[in-house]
Every structure is written in structure tokens, then in C-alpha cells.
Design a protein around this ligand. Sequence first.
Ligand code: BTX
Length: 325
Amino acid sequence: ISMKDEILKRILAADGEAVSGQELADSLGVSRTAVWKHMQTLQEEGYTFETIKKKGYVLTGVPNSLNPTQIELFLKTAHFGREIHYYDVVDSTQTIAHKLAQEGAPHGTIIIGEEQTAGRGRMARPWESAHGTGIWMTIIVRPDVTPQQASSYTLVVAVAVTMAIKTLYKHVEPAIKWPNDLLINGKKCTGILTEMQAEADLVQALLVGIGINANQAAADFSPDIADIATSLRLEAGEEINRAALVASILHYLEQFTELYVKEGFASIKTLWQQLSCTIGQRIEVKTLRERFEGIASGITDDGVLQLTQDNGIIRTIYAGDIKIL
Ligand code: BTX
């Protein structure tokens, strides 16, 4: 880690408190002038500081960039995010991930685009991915599980993203809507799309697409989704440090993935239930061919949703879209 990054780390760690230039210089064994020069470079990279007389520097803004150096600054993982493919504009990070996975990209490789021109959700639905506003990322995961078991992995991802958001933004309350959305105050801020490369009994790779609305203003959403979408900035009332959030997501996802491979979804189920806004609610389920209504009464150890209909019949829902009524 460079001197400049070390200075940045200390200022970030101060969490809004002033850090004195003299103390930085003393503790790092460099001159005040050297510290000042590194501060200049950081400002050129897009960091902004306020200088408080006799106290020092306070961080007031971070660059709006997800370039790998920004992410690595916050990264605590062993594998996740240790190989980063970063692009300005892509069609879809999923498409790039499929290709890289086939070419043997290691477990934990991530693909990030500042903008997607053909971002997609489930069933080829479009996913709005405007430039520089969100986190549009795919993680290549190679877990030792069967294709059947892998179907619950989306729920694990939802838990990891929720934990990361809650940790960094204490006043924001994201809730998981089965199977793949995070809502804040009833509006969608995150979507997850898990695709798979597999042979009969063997998962080669999961391509875990995560789309998070981070810094959009309300007017940035197209009329199509203006009523149903929100961003973390709108909910938290502050600019979102996307690089820090990416690193935190990778941290939680690495931890939960290990648990999930060893002990299955059952080991994360309780946490999922606590973080979900689905269980106990009256919902409408639409599958490819059918429509049901009833109470979302539980989730199985395999991540399958149970719906209790008004006539008492319990249905198990493997895939579909739900609406909370
Ligand atoms: P989904 O099929 O559950 O949701 C798609 C629906 O969400 C759309 O039909 C639209 O109504 C709504 N929507 C579209 N864009 C947004 C948005 N930015 N915010 C809120 N709502 C929106 C969800 O699919 C899975 C999305 C995964 C996106 C990631 S981004 C990185 C990776 N690359 C890629 O192409 N997809 C994934």
C-alpha cells in the first residue's frame, strides 16, 4: 500500500473527525510537505477535504469512481474481488462474466461497469444502469454444490447485500422481497440475477449479477420505474461511497458463501427470515403459467417459498414474481 493510500485510509477511518497533518506526518515518518502533496494528489483523484484550522483534514467527498484501486482500499476478502475487470461502458456485466468464466476466471472474480447499455433482469427484462450512478457488478462464484442446491444462492446474496447496506448506513432499512429484490420503504433499490454454468451434477460457475441504485436522484429514473425504484442516496440522505459498499458486499458474501457451501441454506435461513419483508404477508404469486394468492407462510431449508392459500392448501413456489398485497 502506497503512502498516499495509507493517508487516505487513516482519514477514512477517522469517520468524519478531523485528522491533523502534523500527526499524519509524525506517525508515518514523513514531512508535512509530503503529506500535503499526497493530499493534492487525492484531490486530483476526486477526494474533497475541508481543512479545519488547528485540527486538520476532514473528508467531505469521495470520487465517483469504482476503479479497482478505490475498491481495493476497502477490501478485506481472501478471494472475492481479488481479480477485478473494470469497464466504463459495457452491454451487460453478465455477458462478460459468462465469457470470462468459460475461460477459467477464478472464484471471486468481479466484473464492474460504470454503465450498462443492455443491463438485464430475469426473463430478459431490462435493468436500468445509468452511468456512474449505481453498482452494476457480476461476481463469478465457483461453489462446491449441485445445480439443485445452487438455486437458493440468490437468497444468500440478498442477505449479504442487506447486511452490507445496514452496516454502512445504519438508518436505512432494506428488506428482502423473495426471491431477488431489496426494497427500502417499499421501493426497489437492488435486484439480483443469478445465472449458472453447469454440467449434469456439477456447478462450473454461478454468475451473480447485482444491480444497486446508489446515487441516483429521483429525476434520474425513467418514467417506467420512477414510481417503483429508489436509490440508497435518496433513502440515506447522503452521497454513497460505492467502492466501500462493493468491498463490504464482497466481505459478507465471501463469509456467507463459505457457510452455505459447508452447511447449506439452512444455516442462513434464520437471518434471511429476519431481513425479509415477505414472510407473514399476504402476497400474489405469478409463475410462468399460474397465479396464486395467499399468505407467505414460510421458507424451507432449500429456500423454497411456502404459500398458504385461503383454502388451507400449502403450495411450494420454486420461482416466480411476488407482489405484497
Ligand atoms: P427483475 O427481473 O426482478 O427486475 C427487473 C424489473 O425491475 C424491470 O422490469 C423494471 O420494472 C425494474 N427495474 C429496471 N431497472 C431498475 C432499476 N435500476 N431500479 C429498480 N427497478 C428497476 C432484477 O431483475 C435483477 C437485476 C440484475 C441487474 C444486474 S446489474 C449487473 C448485472 N448485469 C446485468 O445485466 N444484470 C445484472
